[in-house]
Design a protein. Structure first.
Length: 435
C-alpha cells in the first residue's frame, strides 16, 4: 500500500487549504470584539488590503464562495455606499495602517459597471490610503463581465494582475457547471485584458468536469497557452452539498489525478514553473516586489464575505453558500451602521498551536517547502518536535533544511492540508451548518 493510500484512505481530494482556518470554522464571538482593540498590538506598516465583491452573472454549480447571482443592479449602488461607509470607519480606527499589497476578489469584481469599479478603486486609494500605483494589485474577473473599457480602467488604476476564470474552453463542459460563457466572449475578454497591458494575466482552469476527457483537457490547456499567460491555476473540481452537484467516488478521484498529472506535465514541458499543486508561473512573469509577508502580516478586508486577520484573530461576516443565506448576509451588511462596522462578531482566535499549523500549511504546500530554520526562529523548536506526525509523510516529502513535498506529495496536497488541521478546526468545519 502506498503512503498516500495508508495515510489518506486513497482520497486525494479532501479540501483546499487556501486559507487556514477556513471560514466554516469561524463562530460567533461572545462577547463581540472591538475592531480597534483587535488591531491595537499589531504591526500595521505593511498590510494586505482586500475588497470582496459578492456578485456574479451566474451562480456556477460548483462554487462555494460567498457570492450571489441575484444581487440585482439596485444592490450595486447600495454595496458601493456600504463600502465607503465601512472604509471610513475602518480607516478612522486604523489611521496609521499602511498597505503593501491589494486584491479585489469575489465573486466577480468586474460584475460592477465601469463607474462602480472606479469608485471601488477610489475607496481603496483615497479612503483607505493604499497607493495603488505602487503596490501589487490583483483583480478577479470573468469572461462575460470584462469589456475593453473595464480592462483599460483596471490597468489605469494600477492593476498588476488580472485573474480570469475560464474553467474550460469547451462550451459544453462550461455549460455543464452552469457557466453560460460562449467561446467568442472568452476570446474577447482575454484580448481586452491583453490589450490593456496588465502585466500579469492569470487563467483559472478546472479539471474533473463532467464529459471532460484527456483530449478535451488538452484542448483547454492548449487554448490557455495560446494567450501566453504569466500564471495558470489548475483547480480540481470540488462539489459541495449546497452547490448543485454531488459526487464522490474512486473513479472520479483517479480521473482528477490523471488530469492533474497531464496538465502539470504539459505546463512544465513548455517552461512553466510549478509553484504549488494549483499554481504555475511562466518564466517571463514579472516579479512584483513587495514588503508583505503573508506568514507575518495582517489583512484588512472590506465588503461582505471579506476575511480580515491579525496574528491572533481571523474574522469576516458569517459564511454562507446557499442563495437565500448569502442574500440575508449581504443585506445585513448593507444595513450596518458605523457602530456595527466597529464590532467583530464572527471569526476565530488563533492560539499558538493554530499559528504553527497555519505557518506549516503555508510553507509545506508550496514547491519551496517549509524553511525549518525560520520555523525554529518563529516558534522556538524544530517543526518535527511540534508536529511529529509530519514524519509519517515518508516518501511524500523530503526532510532536509527545508521540508518539501515530492511530486507525489504535491499531487496529494489536498489531503495533506486537511490532515494538518487541528482537531478543533476539523470538528468545527464538520459541524458547520450548511446554509
Ligand atoms: C472568484 S473565482 C474567479 C473569477 C470569476 N468569479 C470566475 O469564476 O470567472 C475563483 C476560482 O476558484 C475556482 N473554484 C471555485 N470553486 C471551485 C470548486 N468548487 N472547484 C474547483 N475550482 C473552484 C475557479 O477556478 C474560479 O475561477
Ligand atoms: S466561480 Fe466565479 S462566476 Fe462562478 S459563482 Fe463562483 S465566483 Fe461567481
Amino acid at each position: 500500500m502506498s503512503t498516500a493510500d495508508a495515510l489518506f484512505g486513497g482520497q486525494p481530494y479532501q479540501g483546499y487549504a487556501y486559507s487556514y482556518p477556513h471560514k466554516t470554522a469561524y463562530r460567533a464571538f461572545e462577547p463581540d470584539l472591538d475592531l480597534r482593540e483587535v488591531w491595537a498590538g499589531e504591526d500595521r506598516s505593511a498590510l494586505f488590503l482586500y475588497a470582496h465583491v459578492p456578485f456574479c452573472v451566474q451562480r456556477c454549480a460548483f462554487c462555494n464562495l460567498f457570492t450571489t447571482a441575484q444581487g440585482g443592479r439596485e444592490r450595486e449602488e447600495a454595496y458601493l455606499q456600504g463600502l465607503v461607509r465601512q472604509a471610513e470607519v475602518v480607516r478612522e480606527a486604523l489611521p496609521d495602517a499602511r498597505f503593501a499589497v491589494g486584491a479585489v476578489g469575489g465573486g466577480t469584481p468586474t460584475w460592477l459597471e465601469a463607474p462602480g469599479l472606479d469608485r471601488l478603486f477610489d475607496v481603496l486609494e483615497h479612503t483607505m490610503g493604499a497607493p495603488l500605483a505602487d503596490l501589487p494589485l490583483s483583480v478577479e474577473c470573468s469572461p462575460e463581465t470584462v469589456t475593453p473599457e473595464k480592462a483599460d480602467l483596471l490597468a489605469r488604476r494600477g492593476t498588476t494582475r488580472a485573474s480570469i476564470g475560464i474553467q474550460s474552453f469547451v462550451e459544453q463542459e462550461a455549460r455543464g457547471v452552469g457557466r453560460t460563457q460562449r467561446d467568442m466572449t472568452v476570446q474577447t475578454a482575454l484580448q481586452a485584458l491583453r490589450d490593456a497591458g496588465i502585466p500579469t494575466l492569470n487563467i483559472d482552469l478546472i479539471y474533473g468536469l463532467r464529459h471532460q476527457t484527456p483530449a478535451s483537457w488538452q484542448h483547454s490547456l492548449e487554448c490557455t497557452l495560446e494567450w501566453r499567460p504569466e500564471e495558470i491555476y489548475l483547480y480540481p473540481l470540488y462539489v459541495r452539498p449546497l452547490t448543485g452537484l454531488g459526487r464522490r467516488d474512486r473513479t472520479w478521484d483517479d480521473q482528477r489525478l490523471a488530469l492533474y498529472r497531464q496538465g502539470r506535465d504539459l505546463l512544465r514541458s513548455v517552461g512553466y514553473e510549478q509553484v504549488s499543486m494549483r499554481m504555475f508561473r511562466a518564466p517571463w512573469a514579472p516579479v512584483a516586489p513587495t514588503d508583505y509577508r503573508c506568514q507575518a502580516d495582517g489583512m484588512v478586508g472590506l465588503g461582505p464575505g471579506a476575511r480580515s486577520y491579525t496574528r491572533d484573530v481571523h474574522y469576516s461576516t458569517r459564511f454562507a453558500v446557499g442563495p437565500s443565506a448569502v442574500l440575508d448576509e449581504l443585506d445585513g451588511w448593507l444595513d450596518r451602521s458605523d457602530a456595527d462596522h466597529l464590532r467583530i462578531r464572527w471569526g476565530t482566535r488563533i492560539d499558538a498551536d493554530e499559528a504553527r499549523r497555519r505557518h506549516v500549511l503555508q510553507g509545506l504546500l508550496q514547491i519551496d517547502g517549509l524553511d525549518r530554520a525560520w520555523y525554529r526562529e518563529l516558534f522556538g523548536a524544530d517543526v518535527l518536535d511540534h508536529l511529529p506526525e509530519l514524519e509519517r509523510l515518508g516518501d511524500l516529502a523530503t526532510f532536509g533544511d527545508r521540508l518539501t513535498l515530492t511530486d507525489e506529495g504535491l499531487a496529494w496536497s489536498d489531503a495533506i492540508g486537511p490532515w494538518l488541521y487541528s482537531d478543533a478546526v476539523t470538528a468545527r468545519m464538520a459541524e458547520w451548518e450548511q446554509r
